[in-house]
Design a protein around this ligand. Structure first.
Ligand code: F6R
Length: 364
């Protein structure tokens, strides 16, 4: 069942190129996102004056990327909400709100309760769900299925990947409907999205150096993930992956926040995984990284290709073969997943079934 892989998690990490193709390709007509087969009408993208994304855990972190992608293009407020908070906080949701619920299992109880509350308040609910016919899928107004196939490992990998791809497709269609993207813009966006698939494949084919990085992480008690903008959104998920399967305390920070407290925790050899793939803030992130490096951190840096890297910046460097800032998350996610995977495996832990966790959280 594991297809020769030692763990489901590694198998599922390797299934990501296929999961991306299965999720993206059926939604393209002449190279443009088209959701007529999903029975999602364009009015769903035009009626709203705000968007609330609601989910838990990894799915919520996919939502963070979705917000950072979509909000600057469509220019209406997009909030990302932890379902277990949203349902008790009297959220600002009304008949002009599009609520996007994200869930792999489609059974997470807090996410379902947030969906019910949103519907009671007259919002329209679009869910991004992996499991066909699940409760969340059945109770939503509209469903956009991710086609990851069954995900067995408790730590989500391929489901996250296709939640992202779905948000990119939804963002693209919405941008067209709202007059922010021309047909040409949409076509270009989709071709960049498709170009991430071979980039993901390439990371999967070059894993040796990631094992070396993991051997360093495996000795650590704490680790920090830093980035700005989209890179911060990716870091949140990287940090969750590491903590849940390797039991290393990990935190993600917006890089500019470090000096407001967290930098006090940096000691000799504290691992800092820095993501710096966004051109417009690259220099700012690099100067934050130099500050932690000067205080003894062991810096693992992820950039796009052709970044100029010197010894005062990092101890290890990885690059992703994606030239366009908005699309780097796909290969970056694979790097962060593999780092977590190898770290857990090197520590001899139960990678697929970490302690205290369940695949589907149906209790409050
Ligand atoms: C972490 C993980 C969890 C889930 C969360 C939501 O790897 O898998 O954080 O993302 O429990 O689950 P779903 O997506 O099924 O609603």
């Amino acid at each position: 069942k594991k297809n020769g892989y030692p763990h489901y998690m590694l198998k599922e990490i390797h299934e990501q190129p296929e999961a991306l193709r299965n999720t993206i390709l059926p939604r393209l007509r002449e190279g443009i996102p088209d959701f007529s087969e999903d029975e999602i009408p364009d009015e769903l993208f035009s009626f709203c004056d705000k968007i609330a994304i609601v989910a838990c855990g990894t799915a919520m972190y996919a939502g963070m990327v979705g917000k950072a992608l979509i909000e600057p293009i469509i220019k209406i407020p997009v909030s990302v909400n932890i379902a277990s908070e949203f349902r008790y906080e009297n959220p600002l949701v009304d008949a002009r709100t599009l609520v996007i619920v994200i869930s792999q299992s489609g059974e997470t109880i807090d996410t379902l309760a947030a969906l019910h509350l949103s519907k009671e308040r007259g919002a329209k609910v679009l869910s991004v769900v992996n499991v066909k016919g699940s409760t969340i899928a059945r109770e939503s107004d509209y469903v956009f299925y991710t086609h990851a196939g069954p995900e067995i490992a408790v730590a989500s990998t391929k489901a996250y990947m296709v939640q992202l791809a779905s948000l990119y497709l939804i963002g693209c269609r919405m941008s067209m409907v709202r007059g922010k993207f021309s047909q040409k813009d949409a076509g270009e966006f989709v071709s960049r999205l498709l170009d991430t698939i071979p980039a993901v494949q390439k990371i999967l084919e070059n894993k040796a150096k990631l094992k070396t990085a993991a051997s360093i992480l495996a000795k650590a008690k704490d680790a920090f993930f830093v980035g700005r903008g989209l890179d911060y959104a990716f870091s949140l998920e990287g940090s969750l992956k590491l903590k849940e399967i390797s039991y290393i305390h990990a935190e993600a920070y917006a890089a500019g926040e470090l000096k407001h407290g967290t930098i006090a925790l940096i000691e000799e050899n504290t691992p800092v995984i820095a993501v710096a793939t966004q051109d417009h803030i690259y220099g700012k992130t690099i100067s934050n990284i130099k500050e932690v490096k000067a205080r003894g951190a062991f810096v693992i840096l992820i950039t796009k290709q052709h970044a100029e890297i010197t010894d005062d910046i990092c101890d290890m460097h990885f690059s992703v073969p994606v030239p366009h800032d908005r699309f780097t998350v796909f290969p970056v996610a694979v790097i962060l997943q593999l780092l977590a995977y190898y770290t857990s495996d090197m520590k001899g832990l139960n990678v697929d079934k970490p302690r205290n966790l369940a695949k589907s959280v149906t209790v409050e």
